[in-house]
Design a protein around this ligand. Structure first.
Ligand SMILES: Nc1ncnc2c1ncn2[C@@H]1O[C@H](COP(=O)(O)OP(=O)(O)OP(=O)(O)O)[C@@H](O)[C@H]1O
Ligand SMILES: [Mg+2]
Length: 258
C-alpha cells in the first residue's frame, strides 16, 4: 500500500535539512532502439535535500529534462534507484503514480503544456480540481495564485494562445505552485521572462518552494538566477558530474558557461 504522506518531524536546525526529498542512484534511460538509440541518462546520481533549491545546469542535450521527468514520475527509468519523497514509482500502480504526482509534485514544463481550451485561471485551477476541490473554489484559488505572478483580471480570463510566451510561462509556474506540492520541478522557468519578472518569479518559487518538507529542482541556463540556488548540480553526457555549493565553484572548470 502506498503511503504518500510526507510529514515526518523536521529535526534540522537550519531550513535545509540533511533529509532527502530525492535520491537517485545510477539512473539510466535510453530512447529508441538499435542504431537510433539515444542514451539520455547513463547512471545519474542526484540528491535533493529537503528545504533546498537545487539548480541543475549543463549543455543542451545532456539529459536535464529527462532526469527531472524521471524524478517527477512522468517518464519511467530503465534502471537504477530513484526515491522521491521516500516513495519509489516502481512500487506504485499507474493510478497510484498519478495520484502521488497530483498531490505532491508541481512541474513547470519547458514547453509550458497549458491546456489551450481553458482560460488561464482554469488552467491554474486544474491541479486542485484533480485533487478533489470544487471547481468554483479551485478557480478562486487559481486566481489568487495568478495575482501573485502579476496577472490582472483580463489576463486571468484569457486563453493561453492570447498570451505572450512570458505570460504563458507565469501561468505554468502558478499552476505548479497552486496545490502547494512537496516537490517542485521547473524546466527553464525563466527562459521567456525579462530580468525583472524572472527575478520576481524566482523569489516566489523560493518563498513557496523552500519551506520545511519542500524542495525545488530548477533546470536553467540563466546565470542571472544562479544566486537563488542553495546548491548547483552540473550534468554532462547523461550523468551528474559534480555538485557545488555556489555558482562561483562552477566557474573554475566551465568558464564558457558564464
Ligand atoms: N522522447 C525522446 N525521444 C528520443 N530522444 C529523446 C527524447 N527526449 C530526449 N531525447 C534525447 O535525449 C537526450 C537528452 O535530452 P534532454 O531533453 O533530456 O536534454 P536537455 O539537457 O534537457 O537539453 P536542453 O537543454 O536542450 O533542454 C538528447 O540527445 C535528446 O535528443
Ligand atoms: Mg531540456
Amino acid at each position: 500500500m502506498m503511503n504518500n504522506s510526507y510529514t515526518e518531524p523536521h529535526k534540522a536546525t537550519s531550513q535545509v535539512s540533511k533529509k532527502l526529498a530525492v535520491c537517485c542512484r545510477g539512473v539510466t534511460k535510453t530512447f529508441g532502439q538499435g542504431n537510433s538509440a539515444v542514451k539520455a541518462l547513463r547512471g545519474a546520481d542526484l540528491d535533493v535535500r529537503s528545504g533546498e533549491l537545487l539548480m541543475l545546469v549543463g549543455p543542451s542535450g545532456c539529459g536535464k529534462t529527462t532526469l527531472i521527468s524521471v524524478i517527477a514520475g512522468v517518464l519511467q527509468r530503465d534502471a537504477g534507484q530513484c526515491t522521491v519523497l521516500r516513495q519509489d514509482y516502481d512500487n506504485m500502480s499507474e493510478n497510484e503514480t498519478t495520484a502521488f504526482r497530483g498531490k505532491n509534485i508541481g512541474f513547470v514544463f519547458q514547453a509550458f503544456n497549458l491546456i489551450p481550451s481553458l482560460t488561464t485561471a482554469e488552467n491554474v485551477a486544474t491541479p486542485l480540481i484533480i485533487n478533489g476541490m470544487k471547481p468554483k473554489s479551485a478557480i478562486a484559488k487559481g486566481r489568487e495564485m495568478l495575482a501573485q505572478v502579476g496577472f490582472d483580471e483580463r489576463m486571468m480570463r484569457s486563453l493561453p494562445t492570447d498570451l505572450s510566451g512570458g505570460q504563458q510561462q507565469r501561468v505554468a509556474i502558478a499552476r505548479a505552485l497552486v496545490h502547494e506540492p512537496h516537490l517542485i520541478v521547473c524546466d527553464e522557468p525563466t527562459s521567456a521572462l525579462d530580468s525583472e519578472t524572472g527575478h520576481k518569479v524566482m523569489e516566489l518559487l523560493s518563498r513557496l518552494g523552500r519551506a520545511e518538507n519542500r524542495a525545488l529542482v530548477v533546470v536553467t541556463h540563466d546565470s542571472r538566477i544562479y544566486k537563488f540556488a542553495d546548491r548547483m548540480a552540473e550534468m554532462e553526457d547523461g550523468a551528474i558530474s559534480r555538485v557545488v555549493n555556489s555558482p562561483l565553484d562552477l566557474k573554475t572548470a566551465s568558464e564558457e558557461t558564464f
